[in-house]
Ligand binder design. Sequence first.
Ligand SMILES: [Fe+2]
Ligand SMILES: [Zn+2]
Length: 385
Amino acid sequence: MSSDQREAQQETTTTTTTTVDGSGTTAMRATTFSSQRLRINPNNEHRPESYEDLKLDFPSAVYSSLEKYLPQQILASDREEKVKFMTDIMLRHLPHGERSRAHRHSVYRQKIITNYQPLHKELYTLSPVDCFVPSFMKAINESSEKSFRSIISEPSPGVFVFDMLLPSFCEMMLAEVENFEKWVGETKFRIMRPNTMNKYGAVLDDFGLDSMLDKLMESYIRPITKVFFSDVGGATLDSHHGFVVEYGKDRDLDLGFHVDDSEVTLNVCLGNQFVGGELFFRGTRCERHVNTTTKSDEIYDYSHVPGQAVLHRGRHRHGARATTSGHRVNMLLWCRSSVFRELKSHQKEFSSWCGECFCEKKEEKGRALDALRKKLVKAVRAPQD
Ligand SMILES: [Fe+2]
Ligand SMILES: [Zn+2]
């Protein structure tokens, strides 16, 4: 077994509000809320309400996108009732203690936002022409599989690569991150790192970039994931975890083999000069098969190019090789779908995208066909025997 194939870890945030994990959550789900379920097939005729004016436990977009999955009797009730029903459902995904943690996190975020002075204010509202390369803008405006295919390559199944960010935007982002790190150093403010595997880097959502990244996900990533990742909730992405990671001397060196706590991950290199740091992919796996061996056609290594984006399923096992010299900064957006997570928790079969499940099913089909063939041969021969 190569060093890439050690057990895949689950890369998680310590502060997320949507982790589906832990037996505690499952037990609670079975006893308290068994009658409260979303519909499996959405009511696409329904026009969702806006929840932006309310003070809510979760992003307002999550409520709007969940609405068409509500059972008919709840769908017909008033907004307050709907909010209560949806909040209850979403809270089921929070392990014990996570609620107060979520509250503490919002206080933490507020403390940063009121004290940190941004360097480039223009970064905080998404201005597409200042952010994206023209080819990307054109494809998004046309918003068809054909237009996406014209700018996106798929060098390995499930790994999509395309030019996305302008060099000037990457520079601004790098400068903003550096400015934030400088503020952290000067004020000795203890910040939370992006996840359990990176000691360096910063959570962009924590210092004011969350609404900009929300817009980025909704208007520029979701149209793409709707086409290429519909099997993992690509059409219903409604929350994100946005951060930068830093590699090189005095930073993180490499990143072990893992899967992300996301439905779809966007990974864009911001720069700068560096050697190494390749991203290695080793096939997509469900929870049950996360540590099964890699097949030769699942091996793919990608070398980062500043401004270029990689889009892959969170369950696509991957890691980063050592950045041997220079300094590399990547921006990550873990995109999540509350609808997908809710449906997945009610359905056993939900992993058409898992390489191993796929093989198991194929073998099973082969065995069934074999049995049928034998039976037929026997039936045909029977009269002559
Ligand atoms: Fe990752
Ligand atoms: Zn599987």
